[in-house]
Design a protein around this ligand. Structure first.
Ligand code: SF4
Length: 458
């Protein structure tokens, strides 16, 4: 039984007239024809959506359709690109194969073609299955990842979907039923036991899917026990979420919104640092009255909101979009935290931006904002060996190079160590880069390969 008592908070007066409760209504690939604004699109465009959503996951809710997408600006609208499948998200030959299968109408063929195409889209990037799975005694804990010494990632089973799906999602495979990709833990007790044993863990990151799709009572079961003295070492609780964009009602008008805010406040008052790691791709996501009300209410609990997002072609590949987003966030009390490089999975060819260009976008955006918005790190690749940041482009003894550093590493000793790669204006990921200055390998490669070998035989 939850010990969190309902706390009736009044919606801020300035939003009172603008925010009315809304029922959560969601559409998947089977209900594309029920989405009214799509009916105005040409038949070919609607068929293309059907083709792509037969391979990649699709889910969108009525709030996104009604309030975030500018239907006068289709297909270029960034939120439309963020949520609706586009023909270019599949390679031409894959698109043609799925289109043929759909026209033939053979269910078995459609499933077989979808599986083949998915297998070619690197569904399991960055060695997640192999390297990061923690153990309790002989039991592996497949709802958790322990990649960096001080941080534990936890994937609660009730939080493995999202209020809508992003078209570029790096966890896309878990949404189409790939069980290997579905990290999810059923047992709060396993989480607590592991945390109790691992006193080097200072940060718990609850992630998904989106943990904020869970009822507050589930969050209470996971989080409230951390107030006991044996969890004193767990100082920070981070919650990764895109609910501030896709369903801000979660914090304002949902039935258990007040209980959720009360839980956050209770954790903060007990001395925990509670951080909402908000996924924002575009400033437009923060423009609606309910999105603003949600931000205000969360901040009132003492919870810190930090923002992070990948740089994506078709959505935010523009320095002024980032500058406006970071400025808006600072005004609303959100701390800009990360610009990521699009991961090497799914529809990456549609969204990817070369590293050299990504650095230019980051740099130009930084030049347009004041110091308080320059807290965003990046562009950063969450690669197998760790988080690698592109710090710049230099010329050293006549050789053009990328300056790189580990922001986070599998070996803590790698962190903050500068290293250099040959400049390559086409490279889009760490494994495209070659060491500079005639070196045969990057300094971390041998050790990382040994980690992979050990894990394989573990
Ligand atoms: S909110 Fe996150 S996990 Fe969910 S679809 Fe978007 S990127 Fe993927």
């Amino acid at each position: 039984m939850s010990s969190v008592m309902p706390l009736k908070r009044k919606i801020d007066l300035q939003y009172q007239d603008l925010v009315t409760p809304q029922r959560f209504q969601v559409y998947t690939d089977r209900q594309l024809d029920k989405i009214k604004p799509l009916r105005k699109l040409p038949e070919a465009a609607r068929f293309a959506m059907q083709v792509v959503s037969s391979v990649l996951p699709f889910r969108v809710n009525q709030y996104v359709i009604d309030e975030l997408i500018d239907w006068q600006n289709i297909p270029h609208d960034p939120i439309f690109q963020l949520t609706f499948p586009q023909a270019g998200m599949l390679a031409e030959h894959d698109f043609a194969r799925m289109a043929d299968a759909l026209r033939a109408g053979d269910k078995q063929q459609i499933t077989a073609v979808a599986q083949e195409i998915r297998a070619g889209l690197n569904p399991h990037p960055a060695g997640q299955q192999l390297l990061n799975v923690p153990k309790l005694g002989e039991d592996t804990l497949d709802g958790m990842q322990h990649k960096y010494r001080e941080t534990l990632l936890f994937f609660p089973s009730q939080g493995q979907v999202c209020h809508s799906y992003c078209t570029f999602c790096f966890r896309w495979a878990q949404f189409i039923g790939d069980k290997e990709m579905r990290f999810s833990a059923k047992e709060a007790s396993q989480l607590h036991e592991y945390l109790m044993q691992q006193t080097a863990i200072s940060d718990l990151l609850i992630t998904g899917g989106d943990p904020m799709v869970m009822k507050t009572s589930h969050l209470v079961n996971y989080l409230e026990p951390l107030l006991k003295p044996e969890f004193e070492h767990v100082q920070t609780i981070r919650i990764g979420t895109k609910s501030l964009t896709f369903w801000p009602q979660r914090y304002v008008t949902d039935d258990d919104a007040d209980e959720l805010l009360f839980l956050l406040e209770k954790l903060v008052k007990a001395g925990k640092h509670v951080a909402l790691m908000a996924h924002y791709n575009h400033w437009r996501e923060m423009e609606t009255p309910i999105a603003r009300a949600a931000i205000r209410r969360i901040r009132d609990t003492g919870t810190v909101i930090r923002s992070q997002a990948p740089l994506l072609n078709h959505i935010n590949n523009d320095a002024s979009v980032w500058a406006t987003m970071w400025r808006t966030q600072v005004r609303l009390g959100i701390i800009p935290y990360y610009m990521f490089v699009e991961r090497d999975t799914g529809a990456r060819h549609y969204f990817e931006v070369p590293l050299a260009q990504a650095w230019q976008v980051y740099r130009q955006a930084m030049q347009q904002v004041s110091g308080l918005a320059r807290t965003a790190r990046g562009p950063s690749m969450s690669a197998g060996p760790g988080k690698v940041e592109i710090q710049g482009v230099s010329e050293v003894n006549g050789e053009k190079v990328f300056n790189l550093r580990f922001i986070q590493g599998r070996n803590p000793d790698w962190v903050q160590r500068p290293f250099y790669a040959q400049y390559d204006d086409q490279a889009t990921w760490l494994d495209h880069l070659k060491p500079a200055f005639g070196e045969a390998h990057f300094f971390f490669e041998a050790e990382y390969r040994a980690m992979l070998d050990n894990a394989a035989y573990d």
